[in-house]
Design a protein around this ligand. Structure first.
Ligand code: PHE
Length: 449
């Protein structure tokens, strides 16, 4: 069969690109207005559910945790029963139903909708990423750039969603907003169904071969034990990082609504618009940050994964120092509001941190884990990201009693101290990896397939 390519990439990549772009559009669109909807009074013209902030942040934490935790059964379903391609299709259907149910104005619809979304993301998100890799032959150098393109798709969706869904939901009607997120997902599903003809060779079910009795119970060697320690440490870094970063959709979203002066040239920017900033910065700085680290390495400077993650944690922490600055201004200004620029700066630092942590952590974790557990490790990475999201919710809840200033300063001090410790002890920690960090991640990925 002739290879079906377009502009140097398999056509299937574009199908996965647009499907995931719309899936993220629906996810981030809904998420941009979720906390605002929950906490808006029932007496407003555009009535919300009138919850107090603590309960709303609690639900937000559980919801954003569960979508990623469900990636573990989602991955298993694909591996054991359906293959990735069909599991993505199933996830897409669940997401269309879930988002469209949210368009109905009833409490039962709200709970039913988010349960569908939790299962839908769990089925779709991990498996569509695996399919991107599956489009390539072993060792193909273009595979890395395919992932970069795919990541851009994610962020285009995440950028457009808060602007469109945010505007319709926050300014016009929450349920129209949820409905618009649903229409986005439906478009994604249409693209995916239409594009099946370009995905014939990828994501099909392959029965797993049973392990032979001899290598079932291998006691861990001392090298593996050491690596396990660093693996757990890197999971902790991931939890700490997302715990700080993912406050964006919860605590910081509420903060932007209530305590930031959002008037710009006579136009009041809806709070949900600010949710687009992360993705905007990722699109803008993704390539420069990757380029910076490559140059840094070429100069022969310390550039281990743990070092980059340490530096990323410190930079993210400084984002919270800016937020603490906003909290000081809020307390001292006459109208009780701080300038919007604090948020622009804070989100920028968060994204620079993200770009030094998220992709690095993913490849680091795959390098440390025993090869035969590669998919499980991917699932575990999603799961710990989910735990980070839950942590973000808990921190947001704590801010309701402790006050934002205390919480922002606390996160700042914690992240910076944690990051500095990583950087200081990087040499010792690196020893525990027994050279795993020096292996080309591409090789490990390929071998693991
Ligand atoms: N922006 C990323 C995405 O939506 C955030 C993320 C990282 C989500 C890791 C899950 C796991 O894909």
């Amino acid at each position: 069969m002739p290879k079906q390519t377009l502009w140097g990439y398999p056509k299937g990549l574009y199908i996965l690109f647009f499907t995931e772009m719309w899936e993220r559009f629906s996810y981030y669109g809904m998420r941009a207005i979720l906390i605002l909807y929950l906490t808006t009074k029932t007496t407003e013209v555009n009535a919300g559910l009138g919850w107090d902030k603590v309960s709303a942040l609690e639900l937000y934490g559980w919801y954003t945790m569960m979508v990623y935790v469900m990636s573990v059964p989602g991955g298993l379903l694909a591996d054991r029963l359906l293959g990735q391609k069909k599991t993505v299709m199933l996830g897409g259907f669940l997401l269309c139903i879930g988002h469209l149910i949210l368009a109905l104005d009833a409490l039962w619809a709200f709970y039913t909708g988010i349960i569908f979304i939790v299962f839908g993301v769990g089925a779709l998100k991990p498996n569509i990423s695996t399919m991107v890799g599956g489009l390539y032959q072993k060792g193909d150098f273009k595979r890395d750039s395919a992932f970069t393109i795919f990541y851009i798709g994610i962020n285009i969706g995440a950028f457009a969603a808060p602007l469109l869904v945010g505007y319709v939901g926050e300014v016009i009607n929450w349920h129209y907003g949820f409905g618009l997120a649903g229409i986005g997902m439906a478009l994604g599903q249409i693209v995916y169904l239409w594009g099946q003809k370009y995905l014939t060779t990828v994501g099909n079910f392959v029965p797993i071969q049973r392990e032979t009795g001899t290598n079932k119970k291998v006691p861990l060697t001392s090298v593996e034990k050491d690596r396990l320690i660093v693996l757990i440490l890197s999971f902790i870094i991931v939890i700490v990082f997302w715990g700080a970063y993912e406050q964006a959709g919860g605590l910081m979203n509420l903060y932007a609504r209530d305590k930031i002066d959002r008037m710009l040239y006579g136009f009041e920017i809806p709070a949900s618009f600010l949710q687009a900033l992360h993705a905007f910065y990722v699109i803008l700085f993704g390539v420069p940050v990757a380029f910076f680290w490559t140059k840094w390495r070429k100069k022969g400077k310390e550039s281990s994964s743990l070092f980059k993650m340490g530096v990323g944690t410190i930079i993210t922490g400084f984002g919270f120092l800016l937020l603490a600055g906003a909290a000081i201004e809020t307390a001292s200004s006459l109208d009780g509001k701080a300038a919007i620029y604090w948020l622009f700066g804070a989100y920028l630092l968060h994204v620079i941190g993200e770009l030094s942590i998220s992709p690095v952590a993913l490849s680091f974790i795959t390098k440390l884990a025993p090869l035969k557990y590669a998919s499980l490790t991917m699932g575990a990475y999603f799961m710990v990201s989910g735990l980070g999201n839950k942590l973000a919710g808990i921190i947001g809840e704590a801010a309701q009693n402790a006050g934002e200033y205390t919480i922002f300063m606390g996160v700042f001090i914690f992240c910076v101290s944690f990051g500095v410790l990583l950087v200081v002890f990087v040499k010792k920690l690196k020893k525990l990896t027994h050279g795993a960090d020096d292996i080309d991640p591409e090789i490990v990925f390929v071998e693991a397939e």
